[in-house]
Every structure is written in C-alpha cells, then in structure tokens.
Design a protein around this ligand. Structure first.
Ligand code: PGA
Ligand code: ZN
Length: 397
C-alpha cells in the first residue's frame, strides 16, 4: 500500500512552478512525477489551480485517503480515490495539476513494486509491440511565441521511418535543416515554448520552408517524411471568424483553406483546424479530406470521453490528442484511448507547452499502442520523452 505521498513545487520548462509528487509504498516502492502545463488550453479542460493552492488542497483532501489505504499498483483505485477526494467533475477542488502528478507518480510506484518498466505495468502482458511515430514541432508561433507564425505548430511527421529511433533523429534533422534555411535567408529566429523555431515570417512562407526541409531530410535518410499542423483554432476564433494574422476567414472559408492545404502539401495531420465547439464544421472537414489525413481534436475533445462520444456520434474527426493533465488521471486518459481505439480514431499521446523531465507519456504511448506521440523535436524536456522512447525500444525489442 501507499505509505507516503509527498507534494512539492518544482520548475517547469517555462520557469513556472508546477506540482511534483512522490509516492512511496510500504514495500519500498517509489514513484515520482510532475504535472505539465498548457498555454493554449481548451475551455473544457480540467482545472489547473495555482501551485501552492493545488498542493495544499491535495494534502488536505487526497493524501489522507491514499496513505495506508490504497495500493499504488491499483491505478483505478488510486484515480477513483483522487476523484472522490476532489468531488467535482473538473478537479477544481484539488487541481488537475495535483491529481495528475499523484496519478502518474502512483503508476511509477506500482511499476517499481512489480519490478516492471512503466510501459509494461500500464500495458500489461497483452499490449501490442508497436511504437508511436513522433510528431516533431519544428516551426511555430501562436500562443507559444510572439511575433512568429500565426499557425501554432508545424510538425514533422516521419511516417516512413523504419524505427522510432530513426523517426526521432529525422525530426531533429528537420529542425536543424530549418535552422540552416532561416540563417541562409537572413531571418533571425528564437525558439518558442516547445523548442520550435519561431521566425517572424508569414504562414505561407513557413509552409514553403518546412516543405523544403522535410524533402531535403527525406532524400537524405531515404524514407518518407510528411508534415502536419496544429492550428489551435479555438485560440483564433473571434465572433464567428478565424483570425490568423491579417487573414480572417468564415467557418466555410476555414474549411476550404484547410482542405486546400491538405491537398497542396499532402499533410499527414491537422490538429484543431476549427473551434473547440465546432463539431459539425469538424465533421464537414473530416469528410472532405478523407482518411489519408488525420483530423485531430485537442481542445475539441480535451481527453474527455463525453466530448469524444459527442464527436464520434457526428464523425467530427478521425483522431484524438491525449493529454493526461487535461482530464486529471491516467485512468481517465486510458478510458479516452480505449473509446477512441474502439471507434477507429487514431490516438496521439501528447506533451504540453510547459513540460518537465517527466517521461510518463512515452510509457503511456507504448503501453496503449498509440500510433503517434507529439512531444517536440529538441530541448531537454522534449528529448527526455524522445530518448525514453528510444530506450524502451532498445529494451523491449
Ligand atoms: P498547450 O499547447 O500545451 O499550450 O495547450 C499544445 C497544443 O495545443 O497541442
Ligand atoms: Zn493542440
């Protein structure tokens, strides 16, 4: 059983405070995890409380219900206890940041007790043997960088990579190639919150740049690399219109624009192309682009089974982003993954723009046979997950 739950404030990659949890078991098991934090958060996400408040509330309400009572390896029970301790639907009492840190730390303690790697504990004996294709953020702006592209993320998608390691290295090469191209054209660029280049160029210029880089690297490595986007459209939707820099589009125009981009650039992936309440418009677009391109709901679904069910009912998308901190526990994230998979939706396990060295999502992706993982291309808090994937592949194959 869980003996002690310790909570503390540590730093995330933006230099903000976040919640870290340690879970110790009576048998000597140990797990540690920290909560990530979004900047372009969906309206329907579970609530992230100010860190000190989240820690104090979790210490008061959740920790006494866990210590001496619940087995760390019984993830469902840990997570149900967190829900019961909170008592709200959106973790607004103890904070989704405290909840997800404890949930993930308990999973690691549970794995430690078993002497199993985390992906094995979470995935069980009958998990598949597949590895996710990493989507690497290489150019971006939106809420993640000022004076950069209006589209939040341009993502390298090494769909033809023979192994996870080749895919991870290819994304870093694409990132590097774009750095060289920017230097050649005399465009200085800082990096955004996720390590992507954040140049002051138009979206149209960014498409040409990313296309060129992806083709150059693909020729070199000898496998197919496509690219995709996170349009984070809920952040740009104002009074019924989509505002990207100087361009303003109606819903119909936005659908035409995105369908046109998919055609022109053979995009593998488009996340949140429309507003977080636009189920019908999502369905129109998904119908138009066909199954070759993933239309992925992030702010639309927020890893929430009820919102995903509503989307499945109208065929809103064909893919869902999975962020454990959007919903608050690993069990809830698993339920969303299971519902998605049963209904033919591809899952994309994802980091947040504010991250830590925590590697739980790499294990979650392998445990659930997720076809994709989105966790950046460069930067220590991103490579922590990517390198963990490489290690898991090394050990598991
Ligand atoms: P966030 O961005 O973590 O700032 O919400 C990531 C995303 O929109 O996918
Ligand atoms: Zn997103």
């Amino acid at each position: 059983r869980i003996e002690t739950v310790r909570l503390r404030a540590v730093l995330d990659s933006r230099g903000n405070k976040t919640v870290e949890a340690d879970v110790l078991t009576e048998s000597g098991g140990f797990g540690r995890a920290a909560a990530p934090s979004g900047a372009s958060t969906g309206e329907y996400e579970a609530i992230e409380l100010p860190v000190n408040e989240a820690i104090a509330a979790a210490r008061e309400h959740a920790v006494p219900r866990l210590e001496g009572r619940v087995y760390a390896g019984d993830q469902r029970e840990v997570d149900e206890t967190l829900r019961a301790a909170d008592g709200t639907a959106d973790f607004s009492e103890i904070g989704a940041n405290s909840a997800v840190a404890i949930s993930m730390a308990a999973s690691k303690a549970g794995a430690d007790v078993l002497g199993a790697p985390l992906y094995q504990h979470l995935g069980g004996a009958f998990r598949g043997g597949n590895f996710p294709i990493p989507l690497g953020n290489v150019v971006g702006g939106g809420e993640h960088a000022q004076e950069a592209t209006a589209i939040q993320e341009f993502l390298s998608a090494p769909v033809g990579a023979p192994s996870v390691k080749d895919a991870v290295f290819a994304n870093a090469r694409v990132h590097g190639e774009i750095g060289s191209l920017l230097e050649e054209r005399g465009t200085p660029a800082a990096k955004g919150d996720e390590g992507a280049w954040a140049p002051s160029i138009s979206d149209a210029e960014a498409f040409e740049l990313v296309e060129e880089a992806v083709e150059t690297v693909a020729d070199d490595v000898g496998f197919d690399i496509k690219f995709g986007l996170d349009m984070a459209a809920a952040e740009t939707f104002e009074d019924g219109e989509y505002v990207y820099g100087d361009e303003v589009r109606s819903t119909e125009e936005q659908i035409d624009y995105v369908a046109g981009l998919v055609d022109e650039y053979d995009l593998a992936y488009v996340e949140d192309p429309l507003d977080e309440d636009a189920y019908e418009a999502f369905a129109d677009l998904t119908d138009r682009v066909g199954s070759q391109t993933l239309i992925c709901g992030d702010d639309l679904f927020v890893t929430n089974v009820e919102r995903l069910e509503a989307g499945i009912d109208v065929d809103a998308a064909n893919s869902i982003l999975i962020k454990p901190n959007q919903i608050g526990t690993l069990s809830d994230a698993f339920d969303a993954i299971e519902l998605a998979t049963r209904n033919g939706y591809e899952t994309v396990v994802s980091h947040r723009s504010g991250e830590t060295e925590d590697t739980t999502i790499a294990h979650l992706a392998v445990a659930t046979d997720a076809p994709f993982i989105k966790t950046g291309a460069v930067g220590g808090e991103r490579t922590a997950k990517l390198n963990e994937l490489i290690r898991i592949a090394d050990e598991a194959l």
